[in-house]
Design a protein around this ligand. Structure first.
Ligand code: ATP
Ligand code: MG
Length: 431
């Protein structure tokens, strides 16, 4: 006997029952983005490996140990399954000369790939909604993107998602902080874990991002970047906060928030919840003014964020939300040769009127078909036998009406079914 092939570890099937939540989530997200003037962009899942090395940074978790990189055996190209979307979006922006036209507000959604240890809220294939803006230098767009988050949590009916905010200043300011930070870390060399030791001189700021519990106390006492910021950086940060305060949006300044990718400067932020255990960040982003130039484009200010779809859908499910989709209006039962010819036409006619129809396939007795109709969740059964079909009629039976209405089935002319169904829906709403 041959063994069944299983999915790749950390790459999951999203089955019916769960997938409806994803559909509702995506619909909500698209209309939310539209309401802020963000436009869709669709990007490849595979990009040249050097793109990610240059964009994300060589000394980062993602590039050092999480990328699915491979050589295309057919032509020798070095390729990588995208671990995040910003790099590809910037590549597309440059390649298609989008930024030269006018400022851009863009979004995309889809799968990302990182070779991490799978656990709740952390997968090897996961989905992000990415939101990016190009060509806006001021704090107004940073603030807009943060306010957008707050509105989406509201649209999704989610509570308890807190905002954390920090600024990373500019490269010169980080350089001046760096020397002090390295001195502090050197003084505590005995506490540093292997990864921190490796990054001590290549990327010390990233060590602040470590989740190792043994280092937390030492990191809390580390010199803070904020003390090295000049007036322009401080003014930008204040500008963001001003809008948030005016909007009445609560936030917490987290001086150790640095983000796991190298391209950020100035504003960085994360939306965090306590309801998902260790994997509590549902959305993260910030400004990345240097990236377009770093990837060969003309210097262009930029700001964006990415949301983890799995984590947000988990929150929606935990908060008891029911997907609004799924309900079907009519289960169509038919038996007999004349009925079999009429039934597909009846079903299409109902769909023409916007009524959802589950058409019985596979034959069987009336009784067995009615059982399927009962468990289908449909509001009505439309029943067609040869008798009815010969008279140009069908039987309409309410399946979910309460009390007396339950069994009140009636014969209806083929041309009147849709009206009957619509009317009884209206009656139901009035009641
Ligand atoms: P973390 O600190 O949890 O590893 P990160 O800083 O690596 O997150 P980002 O690169 O900022 O994450 O990605 C943005 C969002 O995408 C995260 O906040 C999270 O919601 C989601 N995300 C990141 N990696 C994964 C993953 N492996 N599985 C599921 N969701 C993920
Ligand atoms: Mg990570």
């Amino acid at each position: 006997m041959s063994q069944n092939i299983q999915s790749v570890r950390g790459m999951n099937d999203i089955l019916p029952g769960e997938a409806e939540f994803w559909d509702v989530f995506e619909e909500t997200v698209r209309s939310w983005l539209k309401s802020y003037g963000y436009r869709p962009i669709r990007l490849p899942i595979v990009e040249p490996t050097p793109l990610f090395k240059r964009a994300i940074g060589e000394v980062t978790d993602i590039v050092e140990k999480e990328m699915y990189s491979f050589v295309d055996s057919l032509n020798g190209e070095q390729l990588t399954l995208r671990p995040e979307g910003t790099a590809g979006c910037v590549r597309a922006l440059i390649q298609n000369k989008l930024a030269a036209q006018h400022p851009q507000r863009l979004y995309y959604l889809g799968p990302m790939f990182r070779h991490e240890r799978p656990q709740k809220g952390r997968y090897r294939q996961f989905n992000q909604v990415g939101v990016e803006s190009f060509g806006f230098p001021g704090p107004d767009i940073d603030a807009e993107q943060i306010l957008m988050g707050a509105r989406l949590w509201d649209d999704l009916g989610l509570e308890g998602i807190r905002l954390q905010l920090n600024t990373l200043g500019q490269a010169e300011e980080r350089a001046s902080h760096r020397a002090e930070l390295i001195a502090h870390l050197e003084k505590n060399a005995d506490i540093l874990d292997e990864e921190a030791r490796r990054r001590l001189y290549t990327n010390p700021l990233r060590i602040l991002d470590s989740k190792n519990p043994l280092m937390q106390e030492m990191l809390a006492a580390a010199p803070v970047l904020f003390d090295h910021l000049g007036s322009a950086s401080l003014a930008h940060f204040e500008g963001v906060q001003q809008v948030l305060r005016d909007a009445g949006l609560a936030y917490e300044i987290n001086r150790r928030l640095v983000r796991g990718l190298d391209y950020y400067n100035l504003t960085v932020f994360e939306w965090v919840t306590d309801r998902l255990g260790a994997q509590g960040t549902v959305c993260a982003g910030g400004r990345y003014d240097g990236l377009v130039e770093q990837l060969g484009g003309k210097s262009t200010p930029a700001c964006g964020f990415a949301m983890g779809v799995e984590r947000l859908v988990a929150l929606i499910r935990d908060s008891g939300g029911e997907p609004a989709l799924g309900g079907i209006d009519v289960y169509l039962v038919h038996q007999g040769e004349v009925a079999a010819r009429l039934a597909p036409r009846v079903a299409e006619g109902l769909r023409d009127r916007g009524i959802d129809v589950l058409f019985h396939c596979g034959g069987g007795s009336f009784k067995s078909q009615m059982k399927k109709a009962d468990v289908s969740g449909a509001n009505f059964a439309v029943i067609i036998g040869d008798d009815e079909a010969n008279d140009g009629q069908v039987t309409l039976k309410p399946l979910r009406a309460s009390g007396e209405l339950q069994n009140e089935q009636k014969r209806v002319g083929v041309d009147n079914i849709a009206d009957e169904i619509m009317n009884s829906f209206l009656d139901g709403e009035e009641a």
